[in-house]
Design a protein around this ligand. Sequence first.
Ligand code: 3PG
Length: 213
Amino acid sequence: MNDLLNKINGFGVVPVLVLDDSKNASLAARALIDGGLPCAEVVFRTPAAEESIRIISKEHPQMLLGAGTVLTVRQVELAIAAGAKFIVSPGLNPKLVKHCQSTKIPIIPGGMTPSEIEAAIGLGLDTVKFFPAEIAGGIDMVKALSAPYPEIKFMPTGGINIDNLSSYLNFNKVMACGGSWMAKKELINNGNFKEITRLTKEVVSAVKKLRGV
Ligand code: 3PG
C-alpha cells in the first residue's frame, strides 16, 4: 500500500459526503474534523461535488480529501484540479484506472467479483472498494474473496453503519470502511452539523476500541 492508502487505513473509516449544495461543504468537513476524522470522499453524484472539493481543500488543507463516484476521465481531471488527493469509483473501469496511474493519483476502484479483482490485479492494484458491501454479501463475501486473493485489501462501502462496522474492521484484509452514516445528506441539508460531529466521535472511538488503541 502506498502512503495515502496507509493513512486511510489509519483512519479506518472514510466518510462519504453527498453534497447537494457547496455552501455546506466547509461546515460538513469541519464537523468531521471536529469529530476527529479529517478524511472524506466527496461523491460526484451531485453537481456541487467539484466546487465542494475546491472549497474543502482550500479551507481545510489538513483533511485527507478524495473524490468518489468518479466515472469518467474528465471527472478525474476536475477532481484533481479541485484538490482531491485520491479517487474512488464504484466499478472497475480500466481506462479510468490507467489514467489515474499515469497522473499518479491513487485510485480505489470497485471490485466485488473474482473477475473484477483479477482485472484490478492485472492493472497493478492491491486495493479495491467492495461495493455495495452489505447487499453484495457483507463481510462473509469479503472473507470468501480474500481466500484466492490474499494480497488484496478491501474498502467495503454501502450499507455500513456503527452496528456492523466491527464485523468488517475485525478482518485484517479490510483496509477501511466507507460510508455516509455519520454524515447523512439529511443531516447536512438540515444544517445538523453537531450531530455529524457526535456520530463521527462515535466512529472514532469504535475504531480505536476495535484496534485496541
Ligand atoms: C458510496 O457512495 O460509496 C456509498 O453509496 C455509500 O454507501 P452508504 O450511503 O450506504 O454508506
